[in-house]
Design a protein around this ligand. Sequence first.
Ligand code: NAD
Length: 268
Amino acid sequence: MNNSLLSKPLHKKVALITGSTSGIGKGIAESLANHGCDVIINGFGDQEEIKKLCADIAMTYSVRAEFVGADLSKVPEIEDLHEAILKLFPEGLDILVNNAGIQHLSPVESFPVEKWDFMISLMLSAPFHLTRLFLPYMKQKGWGRIINISSAHGHVASPNKCAYVSAKHGLIGLTKTVAVEVAGSGVTCNAICPGYVETPLFLKQAADRSKDQGISFEQAKSQIVGIHSSKEPVKIEQVGEIAAFLCSPAADQILGTSIMVDGGWTIK
Ligand code: NAD
């Protein structure tokens, strides 16, 4: 074992980052791996690309990087993922990052019912199920971190996003409840609330807006990010490093909070 690895603060910790085949989740997995953490990648995507992602992370950061797939909108698949993780890491997780999510825009009266059910299952119920399944291992070890990726939309609403806004507000409620339940056990639970981050989810919204409004892709991006006081998007790596900060000893007493990373959107 080389000394530089031993000196990394998250060496020997095991993190599951849901939805880490892309975007913010992938960025968080890379940041945690850079701090020495073994990471479990989850999400959809081309199997060869996912294999390469795990190999690249393992090689670049000298950590274990395993893929465990599951459609997290389905409880039996979440339970299977729990079992699969225990086979790989019998002592369970130290860090759980609930990140997987999607967006769908539609007015409430025509919002597809199956989309509502899917989004609430994926973005609110899955964090509940993963927390109930993995928290006991963290309590047993006397240390753990649960990080919920909510959104600025966990605090404010925008039209046509009823399922997203409801799930993200609900996730803040789950975060606070778990935080008060685990307080004093060595485990913490917090939310990170990004504004617009340049990921495939954001780029799809920009593409849809460009098509709907007959404007260029760049104009659509600037219009969306214009809601930030800074007029600048958040960088994926910035969210990743905030997640790593929440895993540091400096954050031992941060409980149930929402860290706003929204370019000054929601302070207006
Ligand atoms: P993304 O589309 O790049 O990545 C989403 C990830 O979730 C992918 O890995 C995908 O495979 C996975 N996923 C989707 N459905 C899944 C399912 N049923 N089961 C398991 N995995 C599934 O999106 P992103 O922008 O990186 O978003 C990640 C999280 O950050 C989401 O919860 C999103 O709401 C939140 N967020 C994003 C932004 C933004 O501007 N991009 C802003 C605030 C919050």
